[in-house]
Design a protein around this ligand. Structure first.
Ligand SMILES: Cc1cc2nc3c(=O)[nH]c(=O)nc-3n(C[C@H](O)[C@H](O)[C@H](O)COP(=O)(O)OP(=O)(O)OC[C@H]3O[C@@H](n4cnc5c(N)ncnc54)[C@H](O)[C@@H]3O)c2cc1C
Length: 336
């Protein structure tokens, strides 16, 4: 019977890394004596009883085994580990820091949005049963203690030789030698569904960033603010205010911004809390895309520019003068 909140160790992808895997199982076993959590080992490949006994001798309580006789790539192995985590809900997952398994660990951590401590040198469990990972940091000058807070799952990779392999003389045939044969749905594997997950997450991130409607403050670049030094100032301000930078069609046509950021009739409509038009004339085709903004600030050195009619605040000035003042204010605000 496998309980939740166990310690899951991920086996290396080939037998050459078995010693390394056994060192990690030994550490997991030490933690399990303290915490009474089970140590699970996830292995894929060919069935090999002797090999599996060596793993249990080091302290694995149960081996979750997926028989897969072909060669296993990183994505397939990640699919398996991901399925095991979903099914058995471990509390921590430990990976040998081999080149291929480091990639598996990175994929799994991204899928589960779980913290991953690379190259841990120690793992301890405190009196509240919370796991702490330790690793060298700042060019090895300090030891950092890392505690996962965003997810119930914490993960770490461990370099070879970091922990000592120990055996617990369980060679007797009647010993607890528990193997769960895991049956992966091969359709799922063949589809390499993790590829899809990673791809979808990546696309979601990109879409989130390019969706100009996700922002409450928008800086709009017009042809009057197209100079590179002006644009650089706009991006500095936008970053400070977590704002989006969009543009008029003229700016998009001049290849300053991608079409995804065009506001107006042939672009997108936006309704942010604050729209700041910088060197924007206010042609009808632009106004239709931003007129629903809650507060419109227009900066233009031409008091008769059409956009001024729509502006809650019409600032008649050179865009660079305005931007410099804004940046100065930002610096003094930040230094307070
Ligand atoms: C079918 C069609 C669809 C269109 N779709 C869109 C659309 O979706 N979105 C869109 O935006 N446009 C669209 N347009 C284009 C639109 O008609 C305008 O040409 C465009 O909006 C003008 O962009 P702009 O305001 O950046 O440039 P301009 O009209 O050239 O205005 C620049 C402004 O900057 C000011 N300025 C210059 N230098 C400074 C400075 N140093 N400091 C302060 N102010 C300065 C000037 O006084 C001027 O008002 C469309 C046009 C057509 C025909």
């Amino acid at each position: 019977m496998i309980s939740n909140n166990s310690i899951l160790v991920v086996c290396g992808l080939n037998v050459n890394s078995d010693e390394h895997t056994m060192q990690i199982i030994s550490k997991a076993s030490e933690l399990s004596h303290q915490t009474k959590k089970q140590v699970l080992l996830a292995v894929a490949g060919n069935y090999d009883e002797l090999r599996f006994r060596a793993f249990t001798d080091c302290g694995a309580d149960c081996i979750i085994f997926w028989e897969y006789t072909k060669s296993i790539g990183i994505m397939k192995y990640s699919s398996f580990i991901s399925a095991v985590i979903r099914e058995y809900s471990p509390e921590i997952v430990l990976f040998p820091a081999t080149e291929s398994i480091k990639s598996v660990a990175a994929i799994i951590s991204s899928c589960f949005e779980a913290g991953l401590t690379a190259d841990c040198i120690d793992i301890i469990c405190d009196e509240d049963n919370k796991f702490h990972f330790y690793r060298a940091a700042v060019s090895n000058s300090v030891i950092a203690k890392i505690v996962g807070i965003n997810s119930s799952l914490s993960m770490g990779t461990v370099k070879e030789g970091e922990f000592k392999k120990k055996t617990y003389s369980k060679n007797d045939e009647n010993d607890n030698f528990q193997i769960m044969f895991y049956h992966m749905n091969t359709d799922e594997i063949d589809k390499d569904y993790l590829d899809d997950i990673v791809d979808i997450k990546y696309r979601e991130k990109v879409e989130e960033k390019t969706n100009i409607n996700n922002y409450s403050i928008v800086f709009c670049i017009g042809r009057g603010a197209e100079e590179s030094q002006t644009i650089e100032k706009i991006y500095r301000l936008a970053e400070a205010y977590n704002a989006c930078v969009v543009g008029t069609k003229a700016v998009i046509d001049d290849n300053i911004l991608d079409k995804a950021f065009q506001v107006g009739q042939s672009g997108k409509s936006i309704s942010p809390s604050i729209y700041i038009g910088l060197g924007v004339s206010g042609a009808n085709q632009h106004i239709v895309g931003m007129k629903n903004s809650q507060l419109i600030i227009a900066v233009n050195h031409d008091a008769d520019a059409p956009i001024m009619k729509y502006a809650d605040y019409a600032i008649i000035d050179d865009v660079n003068v305005f931007l410099d003042k804004m940046l100065d204010m930002l610096v003094s605000y930040q230094s307070e």
